[in-house]
Design a protein around this ligand. Structure first.
Ligand code: ADP
Ligand code: MG
Length: 415
């Protein structure tokens, strides 16, 4: 309340001022918040924001200054109202380098006040750095919570800056801080998404290797066997043939014939090994259901185990997933044949939760699962679980001596 008796128009004027500054504050917040749902680049956003701030605070120029890693304030690109050749573009404001600590007070405490329409400490800094034409200026901290991002400054008000202008600027500083943090987390999210995609690609690669099932290793072994060992052996046999031709005594000939016979046997056994380790082409029938039925039928004939099958699977299952499903079913059935002494086996497959669930059950002897998954050299059960998990699914084995066994796994349809 003023003491000069002129009480009439004052409350009305301050009410108008309040309304105006509220409008400005609202406009400033609206300008900042548009970034959150626009696709604008950050430099464009700051250009537009600087222009809006200059207008709202009745300034001719506006700029954001960002705190760099070495305690320097650097101009954020696209300030408003500065000529392209203005020294402002190369200015570095060093924290602590100014005797009066004005920059620190601004950035860390936001306490550069207003004296007669300007901030004299700030004006002195600008002029000291070559911005000789600055008439007046004010600035506010650019921050997000405890985090100090820098400062926002406006320059050259015709009528001098008012407390309302400073209020608007402080609001902008806080709002722009939130946007900055938002943008940083968006960037971080982008990087995380890229890393995740890389990890997914590596996993898909691994999965395809697993689906191919060690064929590559077998192929290398088979070709080494064929190209090196067997050829050396053939060479040795030919050499032996020549020595036999030159042999003097009948006794030597008998010994050489025995040696030749042994070498033949070695060669035969190596060739048998070769046919065993040569990778069969991954036999994938056109439908999984057909493959499973075939496998069960040959088991019925060989081991007399009566099969039951209930199979509902979509047609378009990716190749790698089909291979994994088949390998796991095949391992479960081989185990039944080898270990279970079962009379019946039941295979259920169904499409569920965006993947395929498979259950293979038998009425055989059963076993202690916890013991059998740790036996060195027996990796069938562990491999089943690993294949399912690598595909992004799961595998459970339930069994107890005397109760039969149930192997259940689920793999997603997409890699
Ligand atoms: N369906 C089953 N019924 C009974 N025992 C089983 C069955 N499946 C696995 N087992 C037991 O678990 C052990 C580990 O199986 P696995 O990891 O596939 O290795 P491997 O088949 O080479 O022995 C088997 O040796 C067997 O004792
Ligand atoms: Mg096995």
């Amino acid at each position: 309340m003023s003491l000069d008796g002129d009480v009439g128009p004052r409350p009305k004027r301050s009410l108008q001022q309040l309304e105006r500054s509220q409008e400005s504050a609202f406009a400033a917040l609206a300008a900042v918040s548009t970034y959150l749902d626009s696709d604008e680049d950050l430099p464009d956003f700051f250009a537009r924001l600087s222009a809006t701030i200059a207008e709202l605070s009745h300034a001719r120029r506006a700029a954001f200054w960002r705190l760099g890693p070495r305690g320097t304030l650097v101009l954020q690109p696209n300030p408003h109202g500065f000529a392209a050749d203005s020294p402002v573009h190369t200015i570095r404001l060093q924290l602590g380098a100014n005797g009066d600590g004005a920059v620190e007070r601004l950035v860390f405490a936001d306490e550069l006040g207003l004296v007669k329409g300007s901030s004299p400490a700030l004006d002195a800094i600008w002029r000291g750095l070559g911005l000789n034409d600055v008439r007046n200026s004010i600035a506010a901290a650019w921050s997000a919570g405890e985090r100090r991002i820098g400062a926002v400054a406006v320059y050259d008000s015709q009528r001098g800056f008012t407390p309302q202008d400073l209020g608007v600027l402080r609001l902008v500083g806080v709002a722009a801080g939130l946007v900055w943090q938002y943008k940083e987390s968006e960037d971080e999210l982008g990087h995380t998404a890229v890393r995740l995609e890389e990890a997914m690609a590596a996993r898909r690669h691994l999965l395809n290797n697993i689906a191919a099932g060690g064929d590559e290793a077998r192929r290398r072994f088979a070709s080494a066997l064929h190209d090196d060992s067997l050829q050396l052996l053939t060479g040795a046999e030919l050499q032996l043939e020549r020595i036999r031709g030159d042999a003097a005594s009948g006794h030597q000939i008998v010994q050489l014939d025995q040696l030749k016979h042994t070498l033949r046997k070695v060669e035969d056994s190596l060739r048998r090994l070769l046919t065993n380790v040569s990778p069969e082409p991954l036999q994938l029938p056109s439908d999984l259901r057909g493959a499973i039925s075939e496998r069960l039928e040959s088991m019925r004939i060989r081991a007399g185990i009566e099969p039951h099958i209930d199979s509902r699977i979509p047609d378009d299952v990716p190749h790698a997933i089909q291979a994994i499903v088949l390998k796991n079913i095949s391992e479960a059935l081989t185990n039944i044949e080898k270990h279970a002494h079962a009379t019946r086996v039941m295979v259920v497959t169904e499409a569920i939760d965006g993947g395929i669930r498979v259950e293979v059950g038998d009425d055989g002897t059963g076993f202690v699962v916890a013991e059998s998954v740790r036996v060195p050299g027996h990796i069938g059960l562990v491999a089943m679980r690993e294949r399912a998990q690598l595909a992004g699914g799961w595998c459970r084995i339930q069994s107890e001596p005397g109760t039969g066994t149930k192997v259940e796994f689920w793999v997603p349809l997409s890699l």
